[in-house]
Design a protein around this ligand. Structure first.
Ligand SMILES: Nc1ncnc2c1ncn2[C@@H]1O[C@H](COP(=O)(O)OP(=O)(O)OP(=O)(O)O)[C@@H](O)[C@H]1O
Length: 281
């Protein structure tokens, strides 16, 4: 039967009743999850809760033992080989550490997916790669550098540039700010936000970084007890009655993350308003 939902109603990624396991070790059971077009979703959960396995399952790198995964409203298992290939090109992935080839320059790294999937002159590929380098805020000169010549933040940006090489609609990020200092992490968050807006991306991000959750995520999904326990905006998620959620969102690091510059600015504006009213009285 045809799906009666409109294009806007259909989640871009939709997983229903997912079961994954390694031998007798069940990782996800009856897990439902979806990501809507254009949103930035943060996926959090304790260590070993199954975030990476879920991402790999959505990516098709691990076959689930049960359930269905739909992209753009169509079940992945119904895709033809051509459609599967086109879908793969619509998904960019930034793995932890960037996963760059150490023997290639930044430009050559970005050209790898272009060479693999597109039939076009090398010169044009070089130009496309350089455009991506510019897009992620790397200096032009970094095109000819090797990963070992880059700082941690630059490596992440180079990895991001490569994941965007084929102009995907969906971006998967695995702990993108891990290992960056707070300034570098904030700059990377800002970059993700502006790329989402400029390129109309849909982003799923595994993260432990509370600052990222507060700064850029539209919704946050929490993986607990083998499924998505709560999935909503942060205000709702942080109040969810589960021991892991409470520990995660009520600790000192969470309180610090909540005191974002935007919130501090708002508090200052309120202070100024109150003081202004007081002096006028
Ligand atoms: N290839 C594999 N073979 C067997 N077990 C695996 C495999 N990959 C993952 N697991 C198990 O699946 C569970 C979930 O692992 P996963 O890496 O998804 O956790 P995570 O939530 O991403 O953790 P972390 O935050 O520490 O990275 C763990 O118990 C892990 O040991």
């Amino acid at each position: 039967m045809a799906d009666p939902r409109t294009r806007e109603d259909v989640p871009l990624i939709e997983a229903r009743g997912i079961l994954t396991q390694f031998g007798p070790n069940v990782i996800h059971e009856n897990l439902d999850f979806e990501v809507r077009r254009g949103e930035i979703v943060g996926l959090v959960g304790g260590s070993g809760s199954g975030k990476s396995v879920l991402m790999n399952t959505l990516l098709g790198l691990k076959q689930p033992e049960g359930g269905t995964i739909r992209y753009f409203g169509k079940s992945r298992s119904d895709l033809s080989a051509d459609e599967e290939m086109r879908l793969k090109n619509e998904i960019g992935v930034l793995f932890q550490g960037g996963a760059l080839f150490s023997s290639l320059t930044v430009r050559e790294n970005i050209m790898v997916p272009l060479i693999e999937h597109l039939d076009m002159p090398k010169e044009l590929m070089r130009e496309l790669a350089d455009m991506k380098i510019h897009m992620v805020g790397l200096p032009t000169e970094s095109a000819v550098l090797h990963p070992s010549d880059l700082s941690g933040g630059m490596k992440k940006r180079a990895g991001l540039a490569r994941s965007l090489a084929l102009d995907p609609q969906i971006l998967f990020l695995d702990e993108p700010t891990a290992g960056l200092d707070p300034i570098g992490a904030h700059a990377f968050d800002t970059l993700i936000l502006s790329l989402r807006d400029a390129l109309d991306l849909t982003v799923l991000m595994i993260t432990h970084d509370l600052d990222s959750l507060y700064a850029i995520c539209d919704r946050v999904a929490v993986l607990v007890d083998k499924r998505i326990g709560v999935y909503d905006d942060l205000g709702v998620v942080a109040r969810f009655d589960h021991p892991w959620v409470q520990e995660y969102f009520s600790g000192p690091r969470s309180r610090a993350a909540m005191a974002t510059p935007a919130k501090k600015k708002r508090a200052k504006a309120v202070d100024a308003l109150v003081q202004g009213q007081a002096t006028r009285r």
